[in-house]
Design a binder for this molecule. Structure first.
Ligand code: ZN
Length: 66
C-alpha cells in the first residue's frame, strides 16, 4: 500500500517528515516558471518543519483501485 501524500478530496498534503496533514493552501510552492509548469513537479515546503519535498506526480487520470 502506498501512503498518499496529496489528498485531492480533502485538499490536504501530508508532510513526509512530520506527517502532519495540512491544507494545500498552507504549503508554499517554490517558484516555478509558468511556461514550464506542466513539465515540472511542484516542490512544497512544510511550514511546520521546513521540510522540502516533491510528491510523485500521478499519471492522469488517477484511477482508484478498489
Ligand atoms: Zn513537516
Amino acid at each position: 500500500m502506498i501512503t498518499q501524500i496529496v489528498d485531492e478530496e480533502a485538499r490536504t498534503i501530508t508532510c513526509p517528515r512530520c506527517e502532519e496533514a495540512q491544507p494545500m493552501r498552507d504549503f508554499a510552492t517554490l517558484g516555478m516558471s509558468p511556461r514550464y509548469a506542466p513539465a515540472l513537479a511542484p516542490i512544497y515546503r512544510c511550514k511546520q518543519c521546513n521540510h522540502l519535498f516533491a510528491p510523485r506526480v500521478q499519471p492522469h487520470p488517477v484511477i482508484a483501485l478498489a
